[in-house]
Design a protein around this ligand. Structure first.
Ligand code: ADP
Ligand code: MG
Length: 279
């Protein structure tokens, strides 16, 4: 329903001015060529998936886009502005929210306090903790986002007591505090139970309907195929295919990218057992 007002033809996807544009990015770690010339365009208002076997460079690409790593060559543009090499806080301030493959929440603080740290992210976090738990307005906003991800009932619990999936939802709430225009999620469903994956998918759709753009790294194919408008496939450090989910699923290059890898995790997850959460 979301896409009824937006043309879905591949040519219009290609022609629309992208919110995020990555051009020929390379990055090596010692002798490991993590990125070998990766290019990617994320159109505004879309949910874009980024898939590929383990080690194909997805997280490194995320790190470069968000300023956590430097590119050896290539460029990143956000909304037409060059952001290559800017510090993470600058890119964050420009409207890019990002979650991590391994969640980065403070386990010994309450769920609500984690949210208040996000609220005050531009101060030093310890200063904001010393200052006390934030204004009534900040608390209200934090609670509203916790309600949105279904964690309001856990606001006073220690974040470390949350289940793995709940932590991922907390991270989503955490990045939403800054009201980013682009949300980059690194394996949001990894290790998460099907019920919470469904909840996550619903929240992503809702946020997208409110106008937010997504770039999502995810191994759960059912989730990717049901959620995404466009899917890009990485192999050996570059993007080898980009297109609508049905086209990508049928593209022989995609199978090829996954072939010869015997690590279980690298297998395309075809039957997630109702993990799409989709209706
Ligand atoms: P993916 O997220 O697709 O699994 P990564 O971007 O994490 O892939 O990794 C791509 C390649 O780069 C892998 O071979 C990985 O071991 C290597 N790599 C990533 N980060 C580092 C690092 N900080 N130091 C050394 N090698 C790294
Ligand atoms: Mg990764």
């Amino acid at each position: 329903m979301r896409s009824t007002t937006v043309s879905q033809s591949p040519s219009s996807v290609a022609q629309a001015e992208p919110l995020l544009e990555v051009q020929s990015v390379t990055r090596s770690f010692g002798g490991v060529r993590a990125l070998t010339g990766a290019s990617l365009a994320v159109p505004r208002g879309r949910i874009c998936g980024l898939i590929g076997p383990n080690g194909s460079g997805k997280t490194t690409l995320f790190n470069i886009i968000t300023g956590y790593e430097r590119a050896d060559a290539g460029r990143v543009r956000l909304d037409g502005k060059e952001v290559t090499g800017l510090a993470p806080e600058r890119i964050f301030a420009m409207g890019v929210g990002r979650t991590f493959q391994i969640t980065r929440i403070f386990a010994r603080l309450s769920v609500l306090d984690n949210m208040l740290i996000a609220t005050q992210r531009r101060e030093r976090w310890w200063r904001s903790m010393l200052r006390g738990a934030g204004s009534a307005e900040e608390v209200e906003r934090a609670m509203e986002l916790l309600r949105f991800v279904g964690l309001a009932g856990h606001a006073r619990a220690l974040a470390g007591e949350l289940s793995y999936g709940q932590r991922k939802l907390l991270e989503l709430a955490y990045v939403l505090v800054a009201d980013p225009e682009l949300l980059m999620l690194d394996e949001p469903a990894g290790g998460v139970n099907p019920t919470l994956i469904g909840q996550l998918a619903e929240r992503i759709r809702e946020l997208n309907e409110q106008g937010k753009t997504f770039l999502i790294v995810e191994h759960n194919m059912e989730l990717v195929m049901s959620l995404c408008d466009q899917v890009s496939v990485m192999s050996f450090g570059s993007v080898v295919v980009t297109g609508p989910p049905e086209e990508v699923r049928a593209d022989p290059r995609v199978l090829e990218a996954y072939l010869g890898l015997d690590d279980e995790e690298d297998d395309l997850v075809e039957s997630g057992g109702g993990t799409s959460g989709g209706r």
